[in-house]
Design a protein around this ligand. Structure first.
Ligand code: IPE
Ligand code: MG
Length: 222
């Protein structure tokens, strides 16, 4: 979800106004994902590198996250959305962690759409953490080094029980992955769109899916 700041700047508004509109866009896209029958939608909301931003902006983003959970959890729960979080969100303030844990627990038995929010997420940290978890199991004698395979490493990631990424959309004209789901996007189709995130909605998501539908995927085969 990139381009909130530029959306605000173009309107001579403070960056937080762009983030606020970004939350609205996220809301619309989550709804659209349900309508369009998507099984899993993952939103990259806060990266492990976003701590480099000014304290005020981080605090604005945390405030918006709090508000999103409080305001939207009922609708999400009613719509059959299961909430998941990937990333080290335990590093957030205790009240935010409690809100997130509550929302996850409350929607745990839903099954229509899974909404994954990446919070304090970075692929490198995730992979290092996975390697560490496996190393600890080896050290405890629970598994042999030869059992460290693509499969067991996959299972040691935050995304353990989620399918691999089919389509990755990056908004705002940037053409980078920025440490997002590097392992899980091995065979993902990549789509880079110029639309700034606050302007991304149902129409743009449907267009992205149409584009995806035209791609020929061979997964290394013929
Ligand atoms: C949103 O867009 C990214 C989040 C942290 C949610 P940006 O804040 O990166 O917007 P730009 O890149 O400055 O336009
Ligand atoms: Mg950006």
């Amino acid at each position: 979800m990139d381009g909130n700041g530029r959306w605000a700047k173009a309107r001579r508004l403070p960056r937080v106004a762009g983030h606020r509109r970004g939350v609205q866009a996220a809301r619309e896209v989550v709804r659209a994902a349900g309508d369009l029958g998507l099984e899993v939608l993952t939103l990259y909301a806060f990266s492990s590198e976003n701590w480099r931003r000014p304290a005020e902006e981080i605090s604005d983003l945390m405030g918006l996250l709090r508000r999103f959970i409080v305001d939207d959890i009922d609708e999400l729960a009613d719509a059959g959305v299961r909430l998941r979080v990937i990333g080290d969100y335990q590093a957030f303030q205790p009240d935010v962690v409690r809100l997130i844990d509550g929302a996850i627990a409350r929607t745990a038995s839903n099954g229509k759409t899974t909404l994954v929010i990446a919070l304090n997420y970075g692929s490198h940290n995730e992979l290092a953490r996975g390697a560490r978890l496996l190393a600890e199991r080896v050290q405890r004698g629970e598994m042999a080094p030869s059992e460290i395979t693509a499969e067991t490493l996959s299972e040691a990631l935050y995304t353990a029980d989620l399918p691999p990424v089919d389509l990755l959309i990056r908004t705002s004209g940037e053409r980078r992955l920025s440490n997002f789901l590097l392992w899980q996007t091995a065979y993902a189709e990549l789509l880079f769109v110029d639309t700034l995130w606050p302007d991304f909605g149902k129409v743009e998501l449907a267009a992205a899916l149409q584009d995806f539908g035209r791609r020929e995927r061979r997964f290394g085969g013929l």
